[in-house]
Design a protein. Structure first.
Lengths: 485, 448
C-alpha cells in the first residue's frame, strides 16, 4: 500500500477543508453569532494536521487501482471527522461526537438527515458550515483535490473513478484535471444563479446561500425547522424545484448545453427516462393526494406533489408538506422513488437512473432470450451498446445495493426500531435523501437513534455517496490486510 | 496540444503515456472494449470505444480541434484510411503507422500524401534497419545512431581477453588516448545498470554502453572487443513480415540463409519468392530442427510475432552454438527482463523503434528525440538547449546532476564534444543525455 501518497492526499484534503471553513467564519463575524472561536479552533487543528501530513510525505511511485479507492474512502472519513469539529467545539449536540460526525457525514454525502432538533437556535456560522458541507460533498471533495493534485506531481485518474457516480465514467475533457475544473465551474455557475434568484424572492444572502447549497448538492439541510415549507412562498419553491431537477441531471449535459448542443441533451436517453419518471410520479402523487382526504385543492396537490417528488427523486430531501399524512400509495411511491435517485454524473444519490434502465433492459433481454433460445440480443441505451462488463457491473451494483439496504434495515429492527422507521431510515441514508417515513418522516429527525445505530447510518450514507464499492474495498483492506488478493 | 490517437495497443498506449506526461490532451479511439476499459482506468485521457475509421467516432473525439492525429492501430488499411478521413475535418498533422510501407507506397506517383498522411512510420523498415545494423557489427549488441552528427551509442560485452578486466575505469582509460574520445555512459553488472565513475571496476561479462563518433567506436571495437568471428550463415526464425525482408537483404550480401517457419503455406510462399534460401517447415523451439542445422558461427534472428517463442528459440540457438542471437520483442515491459537471459545478445522491439520515431514527429519543443534502450530499460534523449537553465556555462563536474543521468554528447555548431568534467553546456547546444528510469522525472525538471 502506497501510504506516502495516501497520507499526502489526506493532508491536501484537510487543507482544502480548513480553507473552506473560513467561509462560515466570515458569516459568524458578520452576525456576531459567538461561534467564531469554535470555528477558528477547528480551522487551526484541521490546517495544522493537513500541513503536517502534506509536508511530511513524499510519494515515490504512482497510485495503484486499489489505492485510489482507499484514498477516496479515507478522504471522506477524515473530512467527516475533521468537519465535525466546529459542531463539537460549539457544543450543539451537547458534546456527543458521534452526533457531530453523523451531521457532518450527512452533510458531505448530501443526505440531509439531521440530528438537530431545533435548527433555528444554532449559531449562524455553524449553520453555514453545515450547509457548506453539502456543497463541498455534492460535487465531491476529492474532485476538488484532483484539480490541484497534478501540480503536486500526483496522478488522479484512479481517484476520479472512485468518486464520480455512475456505471461509466465519461470524461468531458481528455484530462481528469480539466474535467474536474469544468464540473466545478458549472457547479459554481449554477450556485451563483440560484442564489441570485432566491435573493429576488426576498431571502437574505445567508439563507439564500444555505438553501442553494442544499439544492445543488441535492442535500436537503435547511436553516429552518420547517425546511422549505417555512418560506411559504410559491416562487422560492419553484426556484428550488427547478434547481433540484438540474442538480439531478448529469453535469456533462449542462456542459453540452453551455456549448449549445441542446439536441444532444434532449436525445440523451437517461435524461429522458429521468424526466419521464419525474413527470409520471408527479401525476400519480397529485391524483392520489387530491383524491384523498388530506384536503388539498388541485393546485395545492400539484404544488406539493411536484416539489416532494422532485425532492425525493433527486435525493435532496427538502420538505414543503408533511407527506406523512398523505395516502399510503403516495408514501410507498415516494419510498420506491428513493431507490432510483438522480442521473449518473449528477450530485444526486441513489442507484442512478441509468442503472435502473440497464437493469430493466437486462430483464427484458433475458425474457426475449428465453423465448428465442438461439436468438442474439444486444443491450442498447439509445444507439450505444452496453457492453457485457458494464452490464454485469450494474446488475452486481443493484444486487449489492438492495443487499446492503436489507442488512442495514435488519440491523435497525434488531436495535428495536419499528418496521416503517427502519425501512425508511435505511433507504433514506443509503440513497442520501434524508427524510423518510414514520419517526424519520418529513417533519422529524434522526436524533432519537442510539449511538451505534447512528454510526451504522453514518456508514450507510458514505456507502451510498461513494457508490458502495469504494467503501467496501477500503474496509476489506482494513480488516483483511493479510489476505489481500 | 490536443492529440487524437487511433489504436490503444502496445504502441498506442506507450506513446499516449509519454505524451500525457508531457501534459498534452489525449483522446484515444480503441476498438476492443476490454482494452478501452483498461486504458480508461489507467490513463489520464479520454477513451472512446469504437472504430477509428468511422467518421462518427472521429468527430466524437473532437477531431476538428485536434493538432495532431496518430493512426497507430495494427491494421495498415485502417491507419491509412482514417488519416484521409481526418484531413477532411481537421487541420491536424497526421502520422500513420504503416507496417508494410512498400506495399502501399512503392514510389511516385503513389504517395502517402494522397491519403492525407503527413508523416509515416514504416515499422517493418525500422526493424529491418535495426537487424542490419546488428549483423553488420556483430560485436556490438546495441546501436543508437544519430545519423546527422554521425554519433553512436553502442553496447558491448566485456570478454575475458579484454586487457582491462578487473581494472578501475580510470586506469583502463589511461592506457590509450582513444578512450578520451568516447565516454562509457552505463555499465550493466549482474542486471543492475549504473552510470559509472572512474573508480568503477570492469569485469568479464559486464555490458558497457559507449557513446562516441562512429569511426572512433569502430576503432575501439576493432581494438578491444572484436572476436574476429566471421559470420557465415544467418538463421531466421519466423518467415513472416520482417523475416522475409531480412532474408532478401542478407542473401543479397552473399550470406547463407535459413528460414524456419511453422506455417506450411507461408513456407511455400517463401520458397516461391526467395532464391538461395533454405526454408524449413517447423518450429524454432524444436531442438531437433535446430541441431540438424550447422549453427557454428551463425547469426540467429528470432522474429516471429510471438515474444515467448522468440525468447525460447534464441536460447536454444545459443545452446546449439550460434554465435549471436537477437530477438524481436513486442511487449516492451519484458525486454528488460530478457536482459537477465545471458544467451540473448540483443533485443530490439519494433514498438520501441516506432515509439522513438513517433515521439520525434510529435516534438515541437526542445526534446528532439527520445530513444528507448529496451535492453536496459533506459532512454537516450536528445535535447536542444534553448532556454537559460541553471546548469549552463558551468563545468559539468560542478553541476549537480541526478544520479541516474549523464550527458553523453554535446553538439555545438558543427562540432561534436564528448564531454568530461571540464566541458560546459552553452545556450543553443544540442545535447544527448542518457537517463535511467529512476532519474527520468528529475532529468525532465532539469531541462524544463
Amino acid at each position: 500500500m502506497n501510504w506516502k501518497a495516501i497520507f499526502k492526499i489526506q493532508g491536501i484534503i484537510l487543507i482544502i477543508l480548513a480553507i473552506s471553513m473560513c467561509l462560515p467564519l466570515g458569516f459568524s463575524l458578520y452576525y456576531h453569532s459567538g461561534d467564531a472561536n469554535d470555528l477558528l479552533l477547528s480551522i487551526g487543528i484541521t490546517l495544522v494536521t493537513g500541513i503536517i501530513l502534506a509536508a511530511s510525505f513524499h510519494p515515490d511511485r504512482p497510485l495503484k487501482t486499489r489505492e485510489g479507492f482507499v484514498i477516496v474512502s479515507l478522504g471522506w472519513i477524515s473530512a467527516a471527522v475533521f468537519g465535525a469539529l466546529p459542531f463539537y467545539f460549539n457544543g450543539v449536540f451537547g458534546g456527543n461526537f458521534i452526533d457531530c460526525v453523523f451531521e457532518t457525514m450527512s452533510g458531505f454525502t448530501t443526505t440531509g438527515a439531521t440530528v438537530l432538533t431545533n435548527i433555528e437556535v444554532v449559531a449562524k456560522g455553524i449553520l453555514f458550515w453545515r450547509s457548506l458541507t453539502h456543497w463541498l460533498g455534492g460535487m465531491g471533495i476529492i474532485l476538488l483535490a484532483i484539480i490541484i493534485l497534478p501540480a503536486l506531481g500526483l496522478s488522479s485518474t484512479q481517484l476520479f473513478r472512485a468518486e464520480v457516480p455512475g456505471p461509466t465514467k465519461d470524461k468531458i475533457s481528455p484530462k481528469v484535471k480539466d474535467t474536474a475544473v469544468i464540473l466545478w465551474l458549472i457547479y459554481l455557475g449554477l450556485t451563483v444563479l440560484e442564489t441570485v434568484l432566491l435573493m429576488f424572492g426576498g431571502l437574505d444572502l445567508f439563507t439564500a446561500l444555505c438553501h442553494t447549497f442544499g439544492t445543488l448538492a441535492t442535500g436537503g439541510f435547511s436553516t429552518l425547522n420547517a425546511s422549505v415549507a417555512g418560506f411559504g412562498s410559491l416562487y422560492i419553491e419553484m426556484v428550488i424545484l427547478v434547481f433540484m431537477f438540474l442538480a439531478g441531471t448529469n453535469f456533462a449535459l449542462h456542459f453540452f448545453l453551455i456549448q449549445g448542443r441542446l439536441g444532444e441533451v434532449l436525445r440523451n436517453r437517461e435524461w429522458r427516462f429521468y424526466a419521464g419518471m419525474v413527470l409520471i410520479a408527479i401525476l400519480l402523487v397529485t391524483i392520489s393526494v387530491f383524491r384523498s382526504d388530506v384536503g388539498y385543492d388541485l393546485g395545492t396537490s400539484l404544488r406539493y406533489a411536484s416539489f416532494q417528488v422532485v425532492s425525493i427523486v433527486t435525493t435532496t430531501g427538502f420538505v414543503t408538506a408533511n407527506f406523512e399524512i398523505w395516502p399510503v400509495f403516495s408514501k410507498i411511491l415516494l419510498i420506491l422513488l428513493m431507490f432510483a435517485g438522480g442521473c449518473a454524473g449528477s450530485t444526486g444519490g441513489g442507484m442512478k437512473q441509468i442503472r435502473i434502465m440497464i437493469g430493466g433492459k437486462f430483464v427484458l433481454k433475458e425474457i426475449r432470450k428465453l423465448t428465442y433460445p438461439k436468438g442474439l440480443f444486444t443491450l442498447k441505451i439509445g444507439k450505444e451498446k452496453i457492453g457485457e462488463g458494464v452490464m454485469k457491473n450494474v446488475i452486481g451494483f443493484i444486487i449489492l445495493f438492495v443487499g446492503l439496504f436489507a442488512i442495514i434495515n435488519l440491523f435497525l429492527t434488531f436495535r428495536g426500531y419499528d418496521i416503517v422507521t427502519s425501512f425508511a431510515a435505511s433507504i433514506a441514508t443509503l440513497s442520501n435523501i434524508g427524510p423518510g417515513l414514520a419517526r424519520v418522516g418529513a417533519i422529524e429527525n434522526y436524533a432519537f437513534f442510539d449511538n451505534i445505530s447512528k454510526l451504522v447510518l453514518t456508514f450507510s450514507m458514505l456507502l451510498g455517496r461513494l457508490e458502495l464499492y469504494s467503501v467496501l474495498i477500503f474496509f476489506y483492506y482494513l480488516f483483511n490486510p493479510k489476505k489481500i488478493h | 496540444m490536443n492529440i487524437v490517437i487511433v489504436g490503444g495497443g502496445e504502441l498506442g498506449s506507450m506513446v499516449a503515456e509519454q505524451l500525457i506526461s508531457e501534459n498534452h490532451n489525449l483522446t484515444i479511439i480503441e476498438k476492443s472494449e476490454k482494452q478501452a476499459k483498461f486504458l480508461n482506468d489507467s490513463l489520464d485521457a479520454r477513451i472512446i470505444n469504437g472504430n477509428g475509421n468511422e467518421v462518427k467516432r472521429l468527430l466524437q473525439a473532437n477531431i476538428e480541434k485536434a493538432d495532431l492525429f496518430l493512426a497507430l492501430s495494427n491494421n495498415d488499411d485502417v491507419n491509412i484510411i482514417c488519416c484521409g478521413l481526418v484531413k477532411k475535418h481537421s487541420k491536424a498533422t497526421t502520422i500513420a503507422k504503416v507496417e508494410n510501407y512498400v506495399h502501399y507506397f512503392p514510389g511516385p506517383p503513389n504517395l502517402p500524401s494522397d491519403f492525407g498522411i503527413d508523416e509515416t512510420v514504416a515499422t517493418k523498415q525500422l526493424s529491418i534497419n535495426k537487424i542490419m545494423e546488428l549483423i553488420s557489427e556483430p560485436d556490438a549488441m546495441e546501436h543508437i545512431h544519430y545519423i546527422r552528427e554521425n554519433v553512436k551509442v553502442i553496447g558491448t560485452v566485456i570478454n575475458e581477453k579484454f586487457y582491462g578486466n578487473g581494472m578501475k575505469l580510470k586506469d583502463i582509460t589511461s592506457q590509450n588516448d582513444i578512450w578520451q574520445k568516447v565516454r562509457i555512459i552505463a555499465i550493466n553488472k549482474d542486471n543492475t545498470v549504473t552510470i559509472p565513475g572512474g573508480e568503477d571496476v570492469l569485469n568479464t561479462g559486464d555490458k558497457v554502453y559507449i557513446i562516441g563518433r562512429s569511426n572512433v567506436l569502430k576503432e575501439i571495437i576493432g581494438l578491444y572487443f572484436a572476436t574476429k568471428v566471421k559470420i557465415k550463415s544467418v538463421v531466421i526464425i519466423g518467415g513472416n513480415r520482417i523475416g522475409r525482408e531480412f532474408a532478401k537483404r542478407v542473401v543479397a550480401e552473399g550470406r547463407r540463409v535459413t528460414i524456419i517457419e511453422e506455417d506450411e503455406r507461408v513456407c511455400e510462399r517463401l520458397t516461391e519468392e526467395l532464391d538461395n534460401v533454405l526454408v524449413i517447415n517447423g518450429s524454432g523451439t524444436n531442438q531437433d530442427i535446430l541441431s540438424d542445422l550447422d549453427m557454428e558461427n551463425s547469426f540467429v534472428a528470432c522474429v516471429t510475432g510471438n515474444d515467448e517463442h522468440n525468447i525460447i528459440s534464441a536460447v536454444l540457438a545459443k545452446k546449439n552454438h550460434a554465435y549471436k542471437a537477437v530477438c524481436n520483442i513486442s511487449n516492451v515491459a519484458v525486454s528488460s527482463i530478457i536482459n537477465q537471459v545471458r544467451e540473448i545478445d540483443s533485443v530490439f522491439s519494433t514498438e520501441s523503434l516506432a515509439f522513438g520515431e513517433i515521439i520525434r514527429f510529435c516534438r515541437k519543443g526542445d526534446i528532439l528525440s527520445v530513444t528507448p534502450v529496451p535492453y536496459i530499460d533506459a532512454e537516450t534523449i536528445k535535447i536542444k538547449i534553448s532556454k537559460k537553465i541553471a546548469l549552463l556555462n558551468k563545468p559539468l563536474s560542478k553541476v549537480k546532476l541526478p544520479k541516474g543521468m549523464i550527458v553523453g554528447a554535446i553538439f555545438r555548431d558543427d562540432e561534436v564534444i564528448i564531454p568530461y568534467g571540464d566541458d560546459e553546456i552553452k545556450l543553443n547546444d544540442i545535447i544527448i543525455v542518457f537517463v535511467l528510469p529512476e532519474s527520468k522525472k528529475q532529468a525532465e525538471k532539469l531541462f524544463a
